[in-house]
Unconditional design. Structure first.
Length: 417
């Protein structure tokens, strides 16, 4: 059993590594071709069918690139397809979802305090919601609404906001962000697999058969590629957010996720405008900074939004002065030892945990004091720990952790014993 747990942990690491590698390849090629496409220039006497060209220098040499708006007059001898990066990223990501969130559903996927459902039901909702994302998006693109890219993107954003809220009503905060990222990434990868590559294959088949390709296939593929361009950065944020509980484990996590999609639009708009040589829209960076500040503010669960009163604040015991040196430290110790140390120990006693997560040990006063900041962020200010609140830490206990850290940090030296 012990050997299996070790092998499973390494399998998780391998899948994560593969996912990162393939994602770098996919995102890198995507960003490159978007920049290339926007930077194409026209000149007199270009070959027939060429919509633009670009000269680039890299790796000690020069590249002369020309883009045919529909297709070249005849099939080239060598043709490179950019598709496996997308497929491998999605497959490795789904494998990681199964290894971490489905196999460890009790810890990472389901929180009875959010929605008390069984593991099979949780997994079914997960798979069905991801599939629904692609079907709904593809349907929206194919109806008349898809004729306006701007209107389509607005409608898609509404769907993403609704899904952000919905996921937080079903899963743990960590799983909600992960699923919103998977929901969006599935749309992106399915765009490649179901639309972009098949349309390019139709054009290739026409060239081989000596027919003139229909430009509509390229236009449709271009639309889907543009959508992928604007969705990439939010997906990266949602995946990385798993390591930052102030993003996923706070009360307004679904609003934070919704604002992240807007930041993705503002950042990509700046890059796209610059690549197209249409100016320098610096306002996008100001907008991004403002959005990020709002996200930071929301992560602290402002009292004006939560409705907390001064009376509820007064019920918290006086804050500790300095971490382990304070006379009230035993209360913090009791919370940590009863709610955290079964996993954060030299020899964890929780099933399936073979080593302390991230190597953090919380078995004695010195270790608790040394990790005060992480305890405050992960178990006090956010609900990231314990995962799915598996050890049933009480709100009053979280308040003690918050009061302890905040008062200890703000205490003046002369106040310490």
């Amino acid at each position: 059993m012990y050997e299996f747990a070790i092998a499973w942990d390494w399998l998780s690491f391998a899948a994560r590594w593969l996912h990162v590698i393939t994602a770098i390849a996919w995102i890198g090629s995507s960003f490159y071709f978007i920049a290339l496409d926007l930077g194409l220039r026209q000149r007199p006497a270009m070959p027939e069918g060429v919509g633009g060209e670009e000269w680039q220098v890299h790796g000690g040499g020069f590249y002369h690139i020309q883009k045919y708006l529909v297709a070249p007059p005849e099939m080239p001898e060598h043709l490179t397809w950019f598709k496996w990066e997308s497929y491998a990223t999605w497959l490795s990501g789904f494998a990681l979802l199964c290894i971490v969130y489905y196999a460890g559903a009790d810890l990472y996927l389901i929180d009875p305090e959010v929605l008390d459902i069984s593991v099979p039901v949780g997994i079914l909702i997960s798979v069905a919601s991801i599939a629904f994302g692609w079907l709904a998006y593809d349907f929206i693109c194919k109806i008349s609404l898809g004729r306006s890219d701007t209107l389509l993107m607005i409608f898609l954003y509404i769907v993403l906001v609704a899904m952000a809220w919905g996921y937080t009503q079903v899963f743990t905060g960590r799983a909600a962000f992960l699923h919103l990222g998977a929901f969006t990434a599935t749309i992106m990868s399915a765009n490649v697999f179901m639309v972009i590559i098949p349309n390019q294959k139709v054009v290739v088949a026409d060239l081989v058969a000596g027919r003139k390709p229909d430009p509509k296939y390229g236009q449709i593929a271009k639309q889907r590629s543009t959508h992928n361009n604007y969705l990439t950065l939010p997906v990266i944020f949602l995946m990385l957010a798993n390591h930052y509980p102030l993003a996923f484990a706070t009360e307004y996590n679904w609003v934070i996720a919704s604002l992240v999609f807007l930041m993705g639009v503002t950042i990509r708009h700046w890059f796209n405008t610059r690549h197209a040589r249409k100016g320098n829209p610096t306002w996008t960076w100001l907008a991004t900074i403002i959005l990020f500040i709002i996200i930071m503010w929301l992560s602290t669960v402002p009292k004006v939004l939560t409705g907390e009163t001064e009376e509820s604040e007064a019920t918290v015991q006086p804050a500790f002065e300095r971490f382990a040196a304070d006379a009230h430290f035993p209360a913090v110790r009791d919370v940590v030892l009863s709610r955290c140390s079964m996993c954060h120990a030299q020899e964890p006693v929780w099933d399936g945990i073979i080593a302390a997560p991230k190597g953090v040990l919380l078995e004695n006063d010195a270790e608790i004091a040394a990790n005060a900041r992480d305890i405050y962020l992960q178990a006090g200010r956010s609900h990231a720990m314990p995962p799915a609140n598996i050890t049933r830490i009480e709100p009053s206990e979280r308040q003690v952790l918050v009061a302890w850290f905040e008062n200890a940090v703000s205490a003046k030296p002369e106040q310490n014993p």
